[in-house]
Write a protein that binds this ligand. Structure first.
Ligand SMILES: Nc1ncnc2c1ncn2[C@@H]1O[C@H](COP(=O)(O)OP(=O)(O)OP(=O)(O)O)[C@@H](O)[C@H]1O
Ligand SMILES: [Mg+2]
Length: 258
């Protein structure tokens, strides 16, 4: 099982959109895929049609974090038409509080939840828009990192903070976190100077480190998401960005084969 954190503390940079479309792309290649919604706000969960699970009583993802060996992940995992989903729950706001209180060695670890998952080839975790302890927990569990960014100066600054956080986690926990792809998302042509500079900067910053992909702004992506699925769902609209997600998926499969 190979797991990827789709993470960036900056809000609205297409973490959730990319999580859903990459989960869809890998499932479309015939793999068993799980999408995990680690954002207490539960946008992925709600987008994929699982509003009830988000509001439901325990057991939930929060229960799995809290006592991973008392609950079976299958009690919480739901079936979507394309892939399985481990939904977020409103209780995940409590997890954030618990993790802050427990400091550097939290008892609740997504890694332990992963230990009890069976049968998945790929897991994608939609991380919350904060550099807080849930994000750290997701990065430490997945070790592989996909970084969505926007073609904007604010995204360059945010990325510097994220890279610093990655370095400090590597130091503090003596682990290696690997950036596997940068996804410049929601790119709107024609580009202005700021967008062009940002795209060049991402390319230079990650040269020799990991591939950088460009996913353009497409109304079809938004509409398909609003219909509760990815560009790879049976009733998705035609969209040229599907080919880009296929390229990213092929790259991730190569990483997994390493
Ligand atoms: N390629 C795209 N084309 C069109 N719309 C897009 C594209 N990528 C993202 N969006 C839209 O941009 C908005 C933000 O995307 P998304 O919710 O995936 O970001 P996020 O990083 O998960 O946000 P948050 O930080 O709040 O969790 C959404 O309305 C989404 O539909
Ligand atoms: Mg999101």
């Amino acid at each position: 099982m190979k797991s990827f954190a789709v993470a960036n503390q900056k809000g609205g940079v297409a973490k959730t959109t990319n999580t859903i479309n990459l989960a869809g792309a890998l499932a479309d290649r015939g793999h068993d895929v799980l999408a995990v919604d680690a954002d207490p706000q539960g946008y992925l969960t709600n987008t994929l049609g699982f509003r009830d699970a988000y509001a439901a009583d325990p057991p939930s993802l929060y229960s799995l974090f809290n006592s991973p060996h008392e609950h079976d992940a299958d009690e919480v995992i739901l079936e979507h038409a394309e892939f399985d989903v481990l939904p977020s729950n409103v209780d995940m706001f409590k997890l954030e509080q618990n993790l802050i209180a427990s400091g550097r060695r939290p008892r609740q670890r997504l890694e332990d939840v992963f230990d009890d998952l069976g049968g998945y080839d790929y897991v994608f975790v939609d991380a919350p828009p904060s550099l807080g302890p849930i994000n750290d927990n997701v990065l430490l569990a997945c070790r592989n990192l996909l970084i969505p960014v926007e073609a904007a100066e604010s995204s360059m600054l945010a990325l510097e903070h994220l890279l610093n956080q990655i370095e400090s986690l590597e130091r503090d926990y003596d682990v290696q976190l690997r950036e596997q792809a940068v996804l410049i998302s929601n790119v709107n042509y024609p580009l202005d100077n700021e967008q062009r500079e940002a795209i060049d900067w991402f390319g230079e910053t990650f040269e020799g480190r990991c591939p950088v992909f460009e996913i353009r702004k497409r109304a079809a992506i938004k509409r398909t998401l609003n219909n509760g699925g990815s560009l790879f769902s049976d009733d998705a609209e035609e969209c040229d960005m599907r080919a880009v997600y296929e390229d990213v998926a092929a790259t991730l499969v190569e990483v997994a084969d390493d």
